[in-house]
Write a protein that binds this ligand. Sequence first.
Ligand code: MLT
Length: 399
Amino acid sequence: MKINENYKNLEESYLFSTIAKKVDEYTKAHPEAKVIKMGIGDVTLPICQKAADAFAKAAMEQGKAATFHGYGPEQGYDFLRVAVQKYYASFQVEVAAEDIFISDGAKSDVGNILDLFDADNTVLIPDPVYPVYMDTNVMAGRKIVFMDANVENGFLPMPPKGQKADIIYLCSPNNPTGSVYTKAQLREWVDYALANNAVIIFDAAYEAFITEADLPRSIYLVEGAKKCAIEICSLSKTAGFTGTRCGYTIVPDELIQKDSKGSDVKIADLWNRRQGSKFNGVSYPVQRAAEAVFTPEGQKQTKATIAYYQENARIIAKTCDELGIKYTGGINSPYIWLKSPNGMGSWEFFDYLLNEIQVVGTPGAGFGANGDGWFRLTAFSTHELTAEAMERFKTLFKK
Ligand code: MLT
């Protein structure tokens, strides 16, 4: 027996597990401390009423022989695939319901999709970015080329000249920086992917937070993207499903690559095959709850929740403005990406905030080397706790 030695190349624990452990240790040592958590992007408001009602009704159906559902289709029930299809149509994107695969969330599928690709592929990953892209490729022993995301390029790296890649990760709106690619920028990425026979894995988990109407919520708004891009999305942030678990992955029928013999292979066929053997689908009540999110009433309620978080982002941004702390994000994303004051390293700033004012954020270095000196706060807390955290910031940084 040989273990997968690639695991030795990973950090000892996953970023958010490391943070949770540090906070836990601090809380045990200071049981009286009122810690405000603005680290992991976990929501605080419940799933919308419409979804909760559908969830409960479907759970009751499972308790009666006449309405009971056993194994469902691995790809997801048609009722939800069609609901997602209509949701895309609401922002002028046409996707076929058969290309939509229902999942238990974006994180799982970001890792699972790699089953389809050989270990001998070169992967392009922005730095900083959601750490799952790097971790899952390190586990597979793939060659990673990092693309610098920084103030100069607005945290939106563009296709590298003279560098070939096979798999490209784009996250827009970006986690952690909140930057969003324009349609013209995505056009360049699609052209690059097509020219290199590369596949783009487009993480759209935060699309519902886009407020600037001209910014694209899907890569499929760019012509040709269906020939080169897989889009992964989640109801976690959109509709509070972090604990309920539901998302979807779009693998277009048009996405075709060659095998080693030069024959065409539909990536959707591989994904379908993979899901058939490795996944039994998302539970029926969860899919009914997700369907309800996409009804007109569910959308209205969900948008009200997002507006609530956007108000938190404004509270954080306003405080940073007052204190002269540089930041980005918060307008089209639930994250504020700020420069650690006084030249502190991001883990140093993490410890400083935890020890001095008991506020937890996420050190930028956890998202990649370029994140050092930066820090992420989430807008997913309550108004009260966000305001309280910002008052505590003022005690530390008021000039
Ligand atoms: C984050 O805080 O970056 C996210 O909550 C992590 C995730 O979605 O898995």
